[in-house]
Design a protein around this ligand. Structure first.
Ligand code: NDP
Length: 415
């Protein structure tokens, strides 16, 4: 081997090539020290430093539960959002673990279960779902199906004695939302609607600033959400069908403008006005008509005097932004509701600031752990309660009514 170190020796010691080159000098130095200390002549090494305990460091996040203490989750519907975002996020939570999957595609379900260490007994089809009642590893059922299936599956999960975490929009009609709330209440189980954005660090900071009065009274909000719909893609196919989607871009992404204006003002709108830009039945990409609306603009008047101007579209490039114009500061969340990389820019008289906040993907972990904590502590979740989800559906129905009739529509108070 001469004066060189073999590649195998590098690998074995985990030393990189660069470090190994630098290490030639280190070897030479230690040989000289050994000689000076008399080691070469049989003398003893100086005593090595001793390992010693330290107090608990300041933790960036509290310690996670051990696997046996975590709540077990069954995910119903192994689609785009579940597989790409929520299943990975479950693994980053402190209180949750995946214990079952429910799917209409057995092969996919088995592959996902194997990848996440879910045993064969935790793989369910839609037909044999009801046996989940006897599955003691499952505490929570996460409904991540097309919108029109949310109500029936929430009721089915509650009847099986499980807590339910259901994707937004909560359901298609107010009546369905009420049935979901009642089913969970009858079963003595908790219900949370998966609104992730209030758990996103930039949105959370905007909420904190506004509630603390740091920006003064809110005058106007501008909120826009849009992305191109591609009905050729599986995840967009059902979004173009009213029977499965229940509504169009408003139900899918405009809901972020609506819910955002609610959590930023801390109020519920009292009146809406709306205009369809592309009503249901307008041609979609490729010219084929699409059942659901692809473009809608609306305003919401809030009791404290603020007005929110919102748009939602399925036919323009990605926009997901919310701007709050308040008495002493303007808060620009742009993007506001992306999965990653959201930003908050605060403009005051003295200039602009961009606070450095946590990574946006913490929003998924935050909502999952919030539901687990609510279940453990036997309380309502702090965000995304059934009544909050129901009220969004109620407001969206009023927005459609205003767009259809061309008249302002009052929104009854949440109850
Ligand atoms: P996908 O189409 O990608 O997934 C839906 C899954 O539902 C399918 O993969 C399928 O799972 C199952 N399914 C059961 N019946 C049907 C049916 N008749 N047609 C189509 N799928 C069916 O949709 P997404 O994952 O994008 O959306 C699912 C839900 O999640 C929606 O309610 C949506 O609003 C919500 N969502 C929420 C987001 C958020 O940020 N909070 C982001 C994206 C979506 P399988 O093959 O396993 O049976």
């Amino acid at each position: 081997m001469g004066g060189t170190v073999s590649r195998r020796a590098f690998v074995a010691t985990g030393v990189s090539a660069g470090a190994a080159v630098a290490g030639v000098g280190a070897f030479a130095g230690s040989a000289a020290r050994a000689a000076a200390s008399g080691e070469a002549a049989g003398g003893a090494l100086p005593p090595a430093p001793r390992a010693a305990g330290r107090p608990m460091p300041e933790l960036e996040r509290p310690l996670a539960d051990s696997p046996e203490r975590r709540l077990g989750w069954a995910v119903v519907g192994l689609g785009d959002f579940a597989l790409n975002h929520m299943l990975p996020a479950l693994g980053r939570t402190r209180h949750c673990r995946l214990t079952a999957v429910v799917s209409g595609n057995a092969e996919k379900a088995r592959a996902v279960a194997a990848a996440y260490g879910v045993p064969a007994s935790g793989v369910y089809s839609y037909d044999d779902f009801d046996r989940i009642r006897d599955d003691r590893t499952v505490d929570v059922v996460y409904v991540v199906l097309p919108n029109a299936l949310h109500a029936a599956w929430t009721e089915r999960a509650a009847r099986a004695g499980k807590h339910v975490f259901c994707e937004k929009p909560m359901a298609v009609t107010e009546a369905e939302c009420r049935r979901m709330i009642d089913a969970c209440a009858r079963a003595g189980r908790r219900l949370m609607i998966a609104y992730r954005a209030p758990f996103e660090p930039h949105n959370a900071e905007a909420i904190r600033m506004l509630r603390a009065g740091e920006a003064g009274a809110i005058r106007e909000i501008v909120a826009d959400h849009g992305r191109p719909l591609d009905p050729e893609k599986p995840a967009d196919r059902w979004r173009a069908e009213a029977a499965l989607a229940g509504g169009g871009s408003l139900y899918d992404i405009g809901i972020y403008s609506l819910n955002g204006a609610r959590y930023l003002t801390g109020e519920d709108p009292v009146e809406v006005r709306a205009t369809y830009r592309k009503p249901p039945g307008s041609p979609g990409p490729g010219g084929r008509p699409i059942d659901v609306e692809q473009g809608i603009a609306w305003t919401m008047r809030f009791p404290g005097g603020a007005v929110a101007h919102c748009t939602s579209g399925y036919d323009f490039q990605n926009v997901k932004r919310i701007q709050v114009m308040a008495e002493r500061a303007s808060l620009a969340l742009d993007p506001a509701t992306e999965y990653e990389g959201n930003r908050l820019i605060v403009t005051r008289e003295r200039g602009r600031e961009e606070p450095k906040l946590g990574e946006s993907s913490l929003q998924f972990v935050g909502e999952l752990d919030e539901f687990a904590s609510a279940i453990r502590e036997n309380r309502e979740p702090r965000r995304g309660t059934g009544p909050e989800g129901l009220h969004d559906v109620r407001i969206m129905q009023r927005i459609y009514e205003a767009a259809r009739t061309g008249r302002p529509v009052e929104v009854p108070p949440a109850r």
